[in-house]
Ligand binder design. Structure first.
Ligand code: MOS
Length: 709
C-alpha cells in the first residue's frame, strides 16, 4: 500500500534560496561589524613554547589578537544535553597544549576579513612537538566510556544475551569478517560561521547555523553567565548540517567571548581547511562481525565488535552496535563498543551516526552469509525479521520492513537475477546487482507552536524549530493548511529563532514528528478560540468585529508510548553497478529504494531526503575519505576539491517509493521521520553488487579504483 498524502508540495523557501534572498548566518547585516580570523596549530600534538603577535598587531587595521596568553573569559559549561552541550569540552585558548592539527590557538580581529586573515598568517608560533597518533591501527582501544557525562550514560553500545559461544559452536554455517570505514567530513554547502552581537553587557544575539536554537541559547547563556532570555539565537536557514551544526563549536564560543571583550559585533567564518579540524567528522571505524546460522538461514548468533576513535579533548563514540539488536532475530547476541584516543579534532554526529557504519558491516555480513548458504539475500532477511527490539524488549510499532524488501525486489526485477558471480555483462562491462536493508529509529521531542489567524486572510505559524534544508517550512505550512482548510499559499511560517516558541531540535530525524503534532494542536486550538470550524469563517468574524487576529499556542510532547513500543523506520535499497575491469571504473547505474517511514507529509521533499541520503551513501561507498598525514598528523584532504564526493554525473536515477501506514502509536499524525534513513545500507548494497559482478568482497570503505584492480 502506498500511503503518500498528496503528490507533493514545492518548498516554501525554494524561491528565496534559489534567488539568493534567504539570509544565512554570516550574511546578516550588522552595523559596526568587525571580522575575526582564526590562528590554528600546524602541529598535531605538543606544546606552544612561544607565540609572537607583534607583526600582526603592527597592522593599523588590526584591532586585537587573542591567544592563550590573553584568553577571553568563558565559564566552563556543564556540557550535557539537559543543560548545555558544546562539541569540544576543552574551551578555546584555555592553555598552551596542542591536541590536534588545526586546533584553534588564536583569533585576530580587524576591520575587514582580508586584513584579519593576512594578520593571522603573521602570528609566529614555536612549539615543542610530540609524536601524534592519527592512525587507527596504532591507537589503543578500550571499552567505550559514557558519552555526554555520567548524567546521560551511553548505554546502547554494549549488550549480551544468551550464550553466544555455544550458539556459534552449534551453527551449521558461520562467517566472521572485519569491515572498516574511513573518517568522513560533513562538507555542508554553508560553511560554519557566526556573528556575535552584544546589545549590552548582558544581552547577546548570535547569528549562526544551529540545528537547535533553544539548546544553543541555553549553552551560550551558561558560557557567559547570562539568564537564558538574555540570549537570542537566529537561524532562519541552514545550508546543510548533517549533525555538524547541532551545538556550539569552539570558534563560536571564542567569537562570542571576544565580541564581549571588544564590545563590537564580530563575525568569524571558517575556511574549509579550518572546518576539517574544528567542525567535526565521522570517526574512522573498524567492526568485526560474526554470524552463526542454521542451514535454512535462520540466525542463532550475532557477535558485533565496533571500534571508533575520538579526540583527546572530548568523548564521542560512533555507536555502531546500537542498531544490531533491532535488525534480525537471534537469541544469542554480543555487542561491544571500543574507543581509542587519537590526535584529531572532535568527531561527532553525522547523518545516521552509528546506524550508518553499523549497517555497512551488518548488511555486508548478511550478504556474505547468503552466498555461503546459497540463499537469496532478500529471503535471508525476510526469514530473520524480528517483531521486537531485542535489547529494549519492546514490540515494533507499524513495522513494514518485509514489505520494503518485497516491493523493492519486484520494482528492481530482483527475481531475474542471474545467481552466478560475474555472469552479467553489458557492452563489455561487468554488471552486478546488490541489495541491503535500511533503518533508523524514530525520535520525537517537545514542541510549542503559535498560530495567528490574521484579518487580512493570512495565517502565521511561529516556532523555533529549524528547517535545515529538509523541508520543515513546507510541511509545517502543509499541515496548517490541511487543518485550517486553506490553500498552502495563505500560510506563512517563521522558524529558527529562539524568540519563537520552543520548537525542539532538528537532529535525529525528529523535526517532523516533533512539529507536526504541535502544529495540528495549535491550529485546532485557534479555531476553537475563534469558535468556528474553518479559518474562512474565523476571517469573516475578524473582518466584522474589526479585531486584528485570533491567536493560540499549543504544545505536544511524547507520552508513555515509548514504554510500550519501539518506533523505527525501515527500508531496502537495490542497486546495479557496472564495472570496466581494465581501468577499474565503477558506475552506479540503477537505484531503487523502498521506505517505510509512517505517514509521508510531503512526497516531494521526503523522496528528496531519501535521494540525498543515497547520494551521500554513494559518496561514502566510493569516494569520501579524510586521511591524515601519519607523521605530521595534518589532514591531507582539506577542502571541497580534495575531499571527493559525488557530482550529478556520478548519480543514476534514484527511484523512491514509500510503503506502510501512518504510525498512530507514535503520534496523532502518524509521522516518523526521514532525514537520515536514506543513507543507511547504501554502502553495503554497493559492495554487495560489486561482489556479484566481480567475486571480490571489499570490506574497506571507500571502494576506490585501486581496490577494484
Ligand atoms: Mo543528525 S546526525 O542527528 O543532524
Amino acid at each position: 500500500m502506498n500511503q503518500v498524502t498528496g503528490t507533493g508540495m514545492n518548498r516554501k523557501d525554494g524561491r528565496a534560496k534559489v534567488t539568493g534572498t534567504a539570509t544565512y548566518g554570516a550574511e546578516h547585516q550588522i552595523s559596526g561589524l568587525v571580522h575575526g580570523y582564526l590562528v590554528t596549530a600546524n602541529i598535531a600534538h605538543g606544546q606552544i613554547t612561544h607565540i609572537d603577535t607583534q607583526a600582526a598587531l603592527a597592522i593599523p587595521e588590526v584591532i586585537a589578537v587573542f591567544t592563550h596568553k590573553n584568553a577571553p573569559t568563558i565559564s566552563k559549561p556543564t556540557n550535557n544535553f539537559m543543560t548545555s552541550k558544546i562539541y569540544e569540552a576543552r574551551l578555546p585558548l584555555s592553555d598552551d597544549q596542542i591536541h590536534y592539527a588545526g586546533q584553534i590557538i588564536g583569533l585576530v580581529v580587524a576591520d575587514t576579513f582580508e586584513q584579519a586573515r593576512h594578520a593571522a598568517h603573521l602570528v609566529k608560533v614555536e612549539y615543542t612537538p610530540q609524536k601524534p597518533i592519527v592512525e587507527a591501527a596504532k591507537a589503543t582501544y578500550k571499552e567505550a566510556p559514557p558519552m555526554f557525562g555520567e548524567a546521560m550514560k551511553f548505554e546502547k553500545g554494549n549488550f549480551a544475551s544468551g550464550d553466544l559461544a555455544s550458539a556459534m559452536e552449534s551453527a551449521a554455517a558461520t562467517i566472521t569478517a572485519t569491515y572498516t570505514t574511513a573518517p568522513e567530513l560533513h562538507a555542508p554547502m554553508e560553511p560554519h560561521a557566526i556573528i556575535a552581537h552584544w546589545q549590552a553587557s548582558d544581552s547577546l544575539t548570535v547569528y549562526e547555523p544551529s540545528q537547535w536554537v533553544v539548546g544553543s541559547q541555553r549553552t551560550y547563556a551558561e558560557l557567559f553567565g547570562l539568564p537564558i532570555e538574555q540570549v537570542r539565537i537566529v537561524t532562519p536557514f541552514i545550508g546543510g548540517g548533517f549533525g555538524s551544526k547541532a551545538f556550539p563549536w569552539s570558534h563560536g564560543i571564542l567569537c562570542a567571548a571576544v565580541a564581549r571583550e571588544l564590545q563590537r559585533p564580530l563575525k568569524v567564518v571558517l575556511s574549509r581547511r579550518q572546518m576539517t579540524a574544528n567542525a567535526g567528522h565521522r570517526s574512522e571505524t573498524e567492526q568485526t562481525i560474526s554470524l552463526g546460522a542454521n542451514t535454512d538461514g535462520s540466525l542463532i548468533g550475532i557477535d558485533h565488535l565496533a571500534k571508533s576513535s575520538t579526540s583527546p579533548v572530548d568523548v564521542f563514540t560512533e555507536p555502531c552496535t546500537g542498531i544490531t539488536p533491532a535488525m534480525y532475530a537471534a537469541s544469542n547476541l554480543r555487542l561491544q563498543q571500543e574507543l581509542a584516543v587519537m590526535n584529531v579534532g572532535v568527531p561527532t554526529f553525522m547523518r545516521a551516526p552509528g546506524e550508518n557504519p553499523g549497517l555497512w558491516a551488518l548488511e555486508s555480513a548478511m550478504d556474505e552469509l547468503a552466498w555461503k548458504l546459497d540463499i537469496d539475500p532478500v529471503e535471508l532477511r525476510l526469514k530473520n525479521e524480528t517483531t521486537e527490539h531485542q535489547r529494549r524488549n519492546l514490540p515494533f510499532s507499524a513495522k513494514h520492513f518485509g514489505e520494503c524488501l518485497r516491493v523493492g525486489a519486484e520494482q528492481f526485477g530482483w527475481q531475474d537475477r542471474p545467481k552466478q558471480v560475474g555472469s552479467l555483462t553489458r557492452e563489455g562491462k561487468l554488471i552486478g546487482w546488490g541489495m541491503a536493508a535500511s533503518t533508523f529509529p524514530a525520535l520525537r521531542g517537545m514542541a510549542s507552536v503559535t498560530v495567528r489567524l490574521l484579518a487580512e486572510e493570512t495565517v502565521e505559524i511561529l516556532t523555533s524549530g529549524n528547517d535545515m534544508g529538509t523541508g520543515s517550512y513546507t510541511i509545517v505550512a502543509g499541515t496548517a493548511a490541511q487543518v485550517l482548510g486553506l490553500p498552502v499559499e495563505q500560510i506563512q511560517v517563521k522558524m529558527g529563532d529562539s524568540l519563537l516558541p520552543n520548537g525542539g531540535m532538528a537532529g535525529g530525524s525528529q523535526m517532523t514528528a516533533t512539529l507536526v503534532p504541535a502544529v495540528m494542536a495549535a491550529c485546532q486550538k485557534v479555531l476553537k478560540t475563534a469558535n468556528t470550524t474553518t479559518a474562512q469563517s474565523a476571517f469573516a468574524v475578524l473582518q466584522q468585529s474589526g479585531e486584528k487576529a485570533f491567536e493560540a499556542t499549543a504544545s505536544s510532547a511524547p507520552g508513555d508510548e515509548g514504554n510500550k513500543w519501539a518506533f523505527q523506520s525501515w527500508g531496502a535499497h537495490f542497486c546495479e553497478v557496472s564495472i570496466d575491469e581494465e581501468i577499474a571504473r565503477l558506475r552506479v547505474t540503477r537505484w531503487v529504494s523502498v521506505m517505510n517511514i509512517g505517514r509521508v507529509m510531503n512526497a516531494k521533499t521526503a523522496a528528496s531526503q531519501v535521494r540525498g541520503g543515497v547520494i551521500m551513501g554513494i559518496g561514502q561507498a566510493l569516494m569520501e575519505e579524510c586521511s591524515f598525514d601519519p607523521n605530521l598528523g595534518y589532514p591531507v584532504v582539506y577542502d571541497l576539491a580534495t575531499y571527493h564526493f559525488p557530482s550529478h554525473a556520478d548519480i543514476p536515477r534514484i527511484q523512491v517509493t514509500f510503503v506502510g501506514e501512518p504510525d498512530y502509536n507514535f503520534n496523532q499524525a502518524g509521522v516518523r521521520g526521514v532525514g537520515e534513513i536514506g543513507i543507511t545500507g547504501v554502502s553495503a548494497a554497493i559492495a554487495n553488487a560489486i561482489y556479484h559482478a566481480t567475486g571480490k568482497r571489499i570490506r574497506n570503505l571507500p571502494i576506490t579504483p585501486d581496490k577494484l584492480l
